[in-house]
Design a protein around this ligand. Sequence first.
Ligand SMILES: Cc1ncc(COP(=O)(O)O)c(C=O)c1O
Length: 407
Amino acid sequence: MDKWNRISLKDQTKRILSELSKNKSYESDYLLGIPGSYLDSRVFPRSDIISGNPFLTTLSSNPNHIGVHTEGSSEAFFSGTQNLEREVLAICAESLLKCESKKYDGYVASGGTEANIQASWVLRNFFREGGLKNNEICIMGSSDTHYSIHKAANILDLQVSIVEVNTETRQIDKNGLKAILKKLQSEGIRGIIFFLNMGTTMFGSVDEIGSIDGILCEFNFEYRYHIDAAFGGFIYPLTNPKQKLNFLHPKVASATLDAHKMLQAPYGTGVYLCRKGLMNYTSTDKAQYVRGFDSTLCGSRSGANVVAVWMILHSYGYDEAKKFCEKLVDRAKYLCNELERLGISFFYQKYMNIVTIKAECISREIINKYSLVLDSAEDPQWAKIVLMEHVKMANIKDFLEDIKRGN
Ligand SMILES: Cc1ncc(COP(=O)(O)O)c(C=O)c1O
């Protein structure tokens, strides 16, 4: 799939209610064996306000999307909204990350942390299947990588190795990477799970797969990449369609995208994607009561979250989504130009919407007044501004005026 279409709210409602009608209903079907959560009718009355709004209707009917629905059989009770999940994953995998049609699996996870842990879990088991032991597998990433890799390593009993970045470009220091790889080789590491960022948390920086791969190739490691596009996944592929962090690279195994960041979806809408076949490495035949078994970290999860993501994606369609993202990039560029004129140091990744300012260049009063996010509470070096829909041009202008006045 190259692009996806815009669908009017009226047609979205028709489609979602039609898929919802294919789900079994707690109200009108026999669901004697499901310990699923029929929302308590004293607290969640099925009022007229709810009926008609497809997201709230789905929320109130509370489908459980447990398991993975891109492969094999799934729970038949909620087959309608599972169709919508497959469509969401197709947009993410095919249109945004250039995966071949039907050559991927995935699910809507609780968020970026879960998707990153799921990715590490899948790849650890993949390497173990190839004969490697836990102490021969290492998770790697730049020093700007999200801290969830440390959670993953801790849970999965793996080593983590962090590569410093160049402070000007925020790109991985190549000599540092070579030195670490030599050391890991001498310590007996054989398998590497390498996290590549499409939008680091603090800088929005995007790792260059070409130069990193050039170095990894010089060694004899088994390695696979996981793309952490939790922040950038719903903007960078649209604003920079020629970007290289995607499934066209043969060593890219999986990706995380968070709909509850740039896509402005409710929390609980992280997306995990991997190449077809890889999810088998976390399958368990112990999940006997779940049809199609379960290879996800979370187990039960809400189908309403899927509907929210589906609705947002189709309220735009590819072309409108691209325009929307480009508007945010323009706002970021405007801010950068003004900061440059004021002689204030900052980092900006082209095609992204995060501007990270040297903390020493602005007063604490301004940082607090505009709720900028600091890289460290104790010893802040950087303060970031995320240009999203709620950060209006008028807000940016007020911020710049305050800087000029030295407030
Ligand atoms: C790049 C990146 N990865 C992962 C995460 C974790 O996402 P979540 O908070 O949804 O678990 C974040 C959160 O800010 C992030 O910026």
